[in-house]
Design a protein around this ligand. Structure first.
Ligand code: SF4
Length: 460
């Protein structure tokens, strides 16, 4: 869907909306980027089009993340800087708005409104109220209706779409703020998601969907449905080429889902399965509800079910009071699991969580050192794992042209979510084409390929 403004004023209720520009800054996870896309799509109905230039904007919005301290600090400083803009409306949404709206509105006098994660689909109402003259208001109530029913909004021209299938999280891991910022789990009904994706494929040219949820494996529990059933139904949609899902919790990976990884022709050969630590005692303190043995058992079953699957993970270095032995267990786990890649972070305390109340003896230096050890170990393993790609042919979806070591190359993504770079002699535009490439070299962090052939934008 292209977002266009109406040169004429748009009449909405008692207000007239001339063509205006919205600048929206997103922090954090894919869920937030997905919410931002919904916000922009809703605002197009009030005659707003997006702009990258704050100076050009009539409305400034921040979609915030409460998980990472760094993102928090960046947001606060960025919001402070917007004080200089006159004649604009400024709003904050997302996780920080959900928990800290009152403080934000009190501290930042130039902020007009704030709304939480359950109010994203009511953004038009907030903006309407702001333009009607209401100021300093916040909407952070939870949607108490039983259903979670939405339609995916697309505001880009790519064939990839994020489709939210479950919101909230019931897990309460001791370090995580998400259950407090996103509320309890609620799943969309299976048939609604199937209809939604069918429409995306038939009307918006979507060929790849990523099913989203904070704990996507929990999908359907409240309705007697499951992620495995959903994937099996989505697989039947003609024209849909690739299905991904994220983020998974190991406790909720069912045998039924593992089996689908072996039988599905459209499910990605990649699974992101966060383990967080290789130590059972740390996992207990994290309230993660599984053991290292259980996790490795899942990895083994998944690899048996689909020998081509690649698995990635998340690791937190230096969880409160982590001993050297517990840290070593994580280094050992990396060797056993042989992940394709990891996202690794030094523990950072989130106010309001159980971990934030732990009496912690570790300091930043120890955390930084352990993080570097974890990353160095993973890079070694990753280099070996990625070597297996050399000489193999992959069908990839070309995403964009990028500068790679001072050369212009196409950047493409394999079915198993690895990035490859390649060049072509002709100057054709391959963006969003499916092409075959042969990998000629691979290191831990980059993969170079030779172009073989292009199939155009749509695979038959
Ligand atoms: S499962 Fe994920 S989102 Fe839920 S509490 Fe744990 S870390 Fe947070």
């Amino acid at each position: 869907m292209e977002l266009t403004t109406n040169p004429e004023n748009k009449q909405v209720g008692d207000l007239s909306f001339p063509a205006r520009k919205v600048w929206l800054k997103t922090y954090g996870c894919q869920m937030n980027y997905h919410d931002s896309e919904r916000i922009l799509a809703h605002l197009s109905e009030l005659n707003f089009t997006p702009t990258d230039d704050q100076n050009d904007a009539d409305l400034l919005l921040f979609n915030t993340c409460a998980i990472r301290d760094l993102a928090n600090q960046k947001f606060y400083s960025h919001l402070g800087e917007t004080k200089k803009f006159k004649d604009v409306k400024i709003g904050v949404s997302g996780c920080i708005a959900q928990t800290d709206s009152k403080e934000l509105l009190k501290k930042y006098k130039h902020l007009n409104f704030a709304f939480g994660t359950d109010a994203v689909d009511n953004v038009k109402e907030m903006v309407y109220r702001a333009y009607a003259g209401e100021d300093k208001f916040a909407v952070t109530s939870w949607d108490k209706t039983g259903d979670y029913s939405i339609e995916t909004k697309i505001t880009h021209g790519s064939p990839q779409a994020f489709v939210n299938i479950i919101k909230g999280c019931d897990k309460f891991c001791s370090y995580c703020i998400v259950p407090f910022t996103r509320g309890r789990e609620k799943s969309r009904r299976l048939q609604e998601v199937v209809d939604d994706v069918t429409k995306l494929v038939q009307h918006s040219g979507i060929q790849e969907v990523t099913l989203l949820g904070q704990n996507v494996n929990s999908y359907g529990k409240d309705n007697g449905e499951s992620l495995a059933q959903l994937i099996t139904e989505l697989e039947k949609i003609s024209g849909l080429q690739l299905i991904r899902y994220t983020t998974s919790h190991p406790y909720d990976v069912s045998d039924e889902l593992i089996a689908v990884h072996g039988t599905s022709k459209k499910l990605s050969n990649h699974l992101h399965l966060p383990i967080q630590s290789g130590s059972n005692t740390v996992l207990q303190r994290m309230l993660r509800e599984y053991t290292v043995e259980h996790y490795l058992g899942l990895v083994e079953k998944l690899r048996k079910s689909n020998p081509n699957i690649v698995i990635s993970s998340d690791i937190i270095a230096g969880f409160p009071n982590e001993t050297q032995e517990e840290h070593q267990a994580t280094l050992d786990l990396l060797k056993q699991a042989r992940f394709d890649f990891i996202y690794s972070y030094a523990f950072s305390s989130r106010p309001g969580t159980k971990a934030a109340r732990m009496n912690d003896i570790l300091d930043d230096e120890v955390r930084g050192q352990r993080l570097r050890q974890i990353q160095a170990q993973q890079i070694e393993i990753q280099a070996e794992v990625r070597q297996e790609m050399v000489g193999k042919t992959y069908r990839v979806l070309v995403e964009e042209k990028t500068a790679f070591k001072n050369e212009e190359k196409w950047k493409a993504r394999t079915n198993c979510n690895r990035i490859v770079h390649f060049q072509t002699s002709a100057g054709e535009n391959l963006q969003w084409n499916w092409v075959d490439v042969k990998v000629v070299s691979a290191t831990a962090l980059s993969c170079q390929a030779e172009f073989i052939t292009s199939y155009g934008r749509f695979l038959n």
